[in-house]
Design a binder for this molecule. Structure first.
Ligand SMILES: [Fe+2]
Length: 248
């Protein structure tokens, strides 16, 4: 015979378990539910880009919105839309990354000018999208295929011949995973392909802030520079050629 106390404890325990299962189940359904069609997803990307350019969103707010949207992508549909199967037939370079364009003109309801640049990066195993930062640019990656090692750094200081940077992200990335950049968060990235035929989806919004006077080109740097106190790194500026020689 169990006591009334034991009986109640068991009852509450199973109620909690049942509630938990029910919650997980409904959440999972919900997650499926909110995955928009790829056309709608692209439209949302255009809308948040317009809000960034219209200064309704700060760059860091845009970054958060972009990550939320990227998390809800239907990866299979995205790959189909940008014709990844055709891109995969192309040759990948022996150093650095290739970039391939794709066409969004057939997407229902998009304006002629989407407000962002777009491309697919492709790397052979062991090659990389070399370390670089950006100025006046928000950008985001979604891993389409392959295993990557992704690293991000905050750009804390800019000097004549070097940057002071702080590591922020350093981990493995697989298909469907994402990372983003703005001038104020995770500004530098470096993605190393760790399996054959690695591909990344990229959207970038250049010149969103009229107060930033630096040009929007890539800022190449040696992220394996001198270690400073507080986990900071003194990272010398590099040319693209030198950066590709060391990291490509
Ligand atoms: Fe970049």
């Amino acid at each position: 015979m169990q006591s009334r106390r034991e009986f109640h404890a068991k009852l509450i325990g199973s109620a909690i378990t049942f509630g938990l299962i029910e919650m997980l189940w409904s959440r999972d359904l919900f997650a499926e539910d909110v995955k928009p069609t790829i056309d709608k997803w692209m439209k949302e990307l255009v809308e948040i880009t317009r809000d960034l350019r219209g200064q309704k969103l700060t760059d860091v707010q845009f970054q958060t919105k972009m990550e939320d949207l990227y998390k809800r992508v239907d990866l299979a549909e995205l790959c189909k839309l940008i014709k990844l199967d055709e891109v995969e037939k192309k040759k990948l370079p022996d150093n650095g990354a290739a970039n391939f364009g794709f066409d969004l003109s057939k997407v229902e309801g998009l304006p002629a000018n989407v407000g962002f640049g777009k491309q697919i990066f492709g790397c052979k195993k062991g090659r990389s999208i070399v370390p670089h930062g950006h100025s006046n640019m928000c950008t985001g990656f979604i891993i389409l295929k392959g295993k990557w090692h992704g690293r991000h750094f905050d750009r804390m200081e800019t000097h004549k011949d070097h940057y002071v940077i702080k590591p922020t992200i350093d981990r493995k990335f697989g298909p469907g995973e994402l990372s983003t950049i703005s001038d104020h968060k995770d500004n530098i990235h470096w993605f190393l392909a760790e399996s054959d035929a690695c591909f990344i989806f990229n959207v970038h919004v250049i010149g969103y802030d009229k107060t930033i006077k630096e040009s929007s080109g890539r800022l190449y740097l040696d992220v394996q520079g001198e270690k400073l106190s507080g986990g900071l790194i003194k990272a010398p500026k590099m040319t693209s050629a030198d950066c590709h020689r060391k990291y490509g």
